[in-house]
Write a protein that binds this ligand. Structure first.
Ligand code: NAD
Length: 496
């Protein structure tokens, strides 16, 4: 059986402790993953620290060339990478292509590194005195990433960190680790020096070694809220800069003036795409006023039409869940909702896919008359379950969303500009779609939620990412003319 190694200093590194990696569509173990801990993290830090000495001194043009080459390799190898992702995660190959494209856009953003990193200059702030600023890399930085986007979420981090002159250690999810090694190989082919990008696999032991290692300056984390909180606390306690993005419960509000067929189409895709395993998945539809009954009718029809199957079968719209445990958790949540009084309009439990009877499949589920007290509303289910909550007005819908502890994404379906403006100004959520169900920002904006969806205050990629991976310097300069005397004042300096 194939064993997936670490990638340290430009070479694969094996280990003795391993864990299984499954194919979710068949339920079969398909590889063993080496699990690292403190020694592997330390080896990666040593390699990355040595590489930092030269990489941080390379010119912007050299770094840009590597990013252009890396971007081109991501285009050329998209199909191969998409199939690797699909085989370990379960999502469809087309959906995996989508995540590669969105991740590649971050590489494209830093291909404009000269502009992205440009400082500013102020002439003559005092007589004969100028001021300019510039930003420098931090050193060795690390990323800890979730299973649901094994290519895109790391790509939110490492291109920005590396282009700005840092060296990087990635600790990917144990569930679908192969994309990280594939990307390491592409970086090497793109001409990135050894030691600049490293991969250490593992679970809590590897994470704890990263959070406490004195040689790591900053940690980027994306995953569930409890772990985001833990990472934020531990890493800040150890003097590191931290980005920590957490879980979500995303609401799509449908007003009676919306085109209900359009709204239902997009909500269905946003709820069941990637089997609901997206931090921006629509998990709650808030039906306002008399939109509710008609909307539920269309959603029911569309949920029943979703094509469920293995991710590499043409025509499949929704694949399996990532693990057997996830499948059981989601199916128990549907049962729990029914027990607490929700109406199960479409029941995805117990779905069997022909030829894949041991796969971790569950079908789309649609729950109506869900209330904010029910567990199915309160918990992040991270599966293909859409809950309908009813509200009397837009303002009531806004209050309901604002009372939810999460604040990652939200959407409003309406034909009213006034309603859209009121919604986007009052809602306590970081990423908002108006007639757009999954409003993931483009790479030249930054990605980040509010409240429990982002611990601390650092969003990811775009301008915020550049700021996160660099430190500013401000230089105040005077070049006196020969023999010019400038009075040296004992008072605090002011300009004149
Ligand atoms: P997870 O929190 O279980 O794992 C994330 C990472 O943390 C993995 O690398 C894992 O190995 C590590 N980890 C897990 N348990 C740990 C522990 N006890 N101590 C230290 N490290 C630990 O998340 P997941 O199940 O892989 O991913 C799904 C979650 O990620 C969902 O909650 C989803 O909303 C969230 N997510 C958020 C965003 C966002 O941008 N806000 C994006 C993608 C996913």
């Amino acid at each position: 059986m194939n064993t997936i190694p670490h990638w340290i200093n430009g070479s694969p590194v094996s280990g003795t402790t391993t864990a299984p990696v499954f194919n979710p569509a068949t339920g079969a173990e398909q590889a063993r993953l080496v699990l690292g801990a403190a020694p592997e993290v330390d080896a990666a830090v040593q390699a990355a620290a040595a590489a930092f000495e030269t990489w941080s001194e390379s010119s912007l043009s050299q770094r840009t060339q590597v990013m252009f080459a890396f971007r081109q390799l991501l285009v050329e190898h998209e199909e191969e990478l998409a199939r690797i992702i699909s085989a370990e995660h379960g999502k469809t190959v087309d959906d995996a292509r989508g995540e590669i494209t969105r991740g590649r856009e971050v590489v494209e953003y830093v291909c404009g590194l000269g502009d992205v990193l440009k400082g500013s200059f102020s002439d003559q702030v005092s007589r004969g005195v100028d001021v300019h600023n510039f930003r420098q890399p931090l050193g060795v930085v690390a990323g800890i990433t979730p299973f649901n986007f094994p290519a895109m979420v790391p790509l939110w981090m490492h291109p920005v960190a590396i282009a700005t002159g840092n060296t990087f250690i990635l600790k990917p999810s144990e569930r679908d680790p192969s994309a990280a090694n594939f990307v390491a190989d592409l970086y090497q082919k793109a001409g990135l020096p050894d030691g600049v990008f490293n991969v250490v696999h593992g679970g809590k032991d590897a994470v704890d070694a990263i959070l406490t290692h004195p040689g790591i300056e900053a940690v980027s984390f994306v995953g569930s809220t409890p772990i985001a909180r833990y990472v934020h606390e531990q890493a800040t306690a150890h003097g590191k800069r931290v980005q920590a993005l957490g879980g979500a419960k995303n609401h799509a509000v449908v007003l009676p003036d919306a085109d209900l067929e359009f709204a239902a189409n997009h909500i269905t895709a946003g709820a069941y795409g990637s089997a609901g395993e997206r931090c921006m998945a629509v998990s709650v539809a808030v039906a306002v006023g008399d939109a509710a009954d008609a909307l539920v009718g269309i959603l029911e029809r569309k949920a029943n039409e979703v094509q469920v199957g293995p991710g590499d079968r043409p025509g499949t719209e929704m694949g399996p869940l990532v693990t057997k445990a996830a499948q059981e958790r989601v199916e128990n949540a549907v049962g729990g909702a029914a027990a607490q009084g929700a109406t199960v309009v479409v029941d995805g439990r117990g779905l069997k896919v022909e030829g894949h009877e041991d796969g971790f499949f569950t079908g789309p589920s649609l729950l109506d008359h869900v209330t904010t007290e029910m567990d199915a509303y309160k918990e992040e289910l991270f599966g293909p379950v859409l809950a309908i909550v009813r509200a009397e007005s837009l303002d009531q819908a806004i209050d309901l969303i604002n009372a939810n502890p999460y604040g990652n994404g939200t959407a409003l379906f309406t034909a009213s500009g006034e309603a859209a403006r009121r919604f986007q100004r009052r809602i306590k959520v970081g990423m908002i779609g108006i007639n757009v169900p999954v409003p993931v920002p483009m790479s030249y904006y930054s990605f980040g939620g509010w409240k429990d969806s982002l611990i601390g205050d650092n969003p990811i990629h775009g301008p915020e990412g550049v700021r996160f991976y660099t430190r500013p310097k401000v230089v105040t300069t005077r070049w006196p003319e020969p023999r010019q005397q400038v009075a040296a004042g004992f008072d605090f300096p002011t300009s004149n």
